[in-house]
Design a protein around this ligand. Structure first.
Ligand SMILES: [Zn+2]
Length: 397
């Protein structure tokens, strides 16, 4: 899955192979009829229930495709169907030799393909063979032909092409790169997202814009290790006393505050120690961007719709993300009183931010883009000030 859907953009080898095979089939389709490669591919694909060759790609159901005997071409054609590639026929006559049955171009009034089940006796397989008009036809045959004709009228004809849908847009296969096809293919996969329903059930009264939430997680101001921890948070697949208790019946006490964890969200949102740490940062957070700290912000960060103009909100998210990261990292390692823990994690978070800014500053100095660094991290000199004469960064918090 892509970042904005909550994925880690890990590549799927299977999907990549499928895309290459689809591209291979498409290239073969565009070769002249007497081309040897086309002849061979057509030959191998022909070994199926309907004895169709490459025409199978014009919209025949998976049921028929699964009957292709050659494994390689069966998988290639299956990938074609899985990627939901649509065909636009140029005219009515152009589909005369296609199968009437299991043809997704032709659907009855209920929106179903004509299957061999509703195949009426003595009616041929293709339009070419269709005895139409038929005199003295039975009621049954008459009904079937009417239904077929109206299906024919519902097809959209146009310039012959194959395309994939991208939302409302159509991408012609001739213009689609493997990369584009790959991401479209990845996005189509319905993956169950248990974290999504957990968050949505817990915050049933909130509208969660997941696209923005994931943008906050992959905020480019944050180091990768912080991003990956936030990602874990959102995916709710970290170890917590609450989870362990449900799995192994172990103690449900939060290792940070020593109170029972009411749910998986405890450490981020409800732990009294975490809340006290957030409170200690409030003055700084409010200097950056003054707004009440809500549970929604604690969980997801501020909704930033326009990133170019909302640099202060982004900076507030940057600080808050680091606080959450530090809490998470130290949640079971500090053996001390709650007061000492609060003080310790507060200082660790501050140190992290300072170290991070110093690192970013040194990098900016080396790459000669201090101006950009100032624009992003040093807004109104809230966090730090760049002293041009000495060339050093002076921290203000
Ligand atoms: Zn706690």
């Amino acid at each position: 899955m892509n970042y904005d859907k909550g994925g880690m953009r890990l590549l799927s080898i299977k999907k990549r192979i499928q895309v290459f095979r689809v591209k291979m089939l498409y290239n073969t389709l565009n070769k002249p009829n007497d081309h040897l490669e086309r002849f061979l591919v057509n030959f191998f694909i022909s070994e199926n229930k309907l004895k169709m060759g490459l025409d199978i790609l014009k919209g025949i159901t998976l049921k028929v495709i699964n009957t292709i005997q050659n494994e390689f071409y069966r998988n290639a054609c299956k990938a074609w169907v899985e990627m939901d590639i649509k065909y636009i026929p140029p005219s009515k006559t152009s589909i005369n030799n296609l199968s009437i049955y299991e043809n997704v171009l032709l659907k009855n009034v209920e929106g179903r393909v004509f299957t061999s089940l509703n195949k009426v006796k003595n009616l041929p397989r293709t339009f070419d063979d269709l005895p139409f008009p038929v005199l003295n036809r039975s009621l049954e045959v008459g009904f079937f032909i009417r239904s077929l004709n109206s299906a024919l009228d519902r097809i959209t004809y146009g310039i012959e092409s194959y395309y994939v849908k991208n939302g409302e847009d159509r991408i012609d296969l001739k213009d689609a790169s493997c990369k584009t096809l790959y991401w479209l293919h990845m996005d189509k996969v319905e993956i169950t997202l248990p974290w999504k329903s957990k968050w949505e059930n817990h915050f049933a009264n909130l509208e969660i814009n997941w696209h923005l939430v994931w943008k906050n997680v992959h905020n480019n101001m944050l180091q990768y290790k912080v991003q990956s921890r936030l990602w874990e948070f959102m995916n709710l697949n970290f170890i917590s006393s609450f989870n362990l208790n449900r799995m192994y019946n172990t103690s449900n006490l939060c290792l940070q505050c020593k109170m029972p964890e009411e749910n998986i969200f405890h450490i981020q949102i409800y732990c009294p120690v975490s809340i006290r740490i957030y409170d200690k940062f409030l003055p700084l957070l409010n200097t950056i961007f003054e707004i009440e700290l809500t549970e929604k912000e604690i969980a997801f960060g501020l909704d930033i719709t326009d990133w170019s103009n909302q640099r202060k909100e982004k900076l507030r998210n940057y600080i808050f993300s680091i606080i959450k990261y530090t809490i998470f990292k130290n949640r079971c390692s500090i053996q001390a009183s709650n007061e000492q823990k609060i003080e310790s994690i507060f200082n660790k978070s501050k140190k992290f931010i300072i170290k991070d800014l110093k690192l970013g500053f040194e990098l900016a100095k080396k790459n000669k883009n201090i101006t950009k660094f100032k624009e992003i991290f040093l807004i109104e000199n809230i966090l730090a000030q760049y002293q041009e004469d000495t060339g050093v960064l002076v921290f203000n918090f």
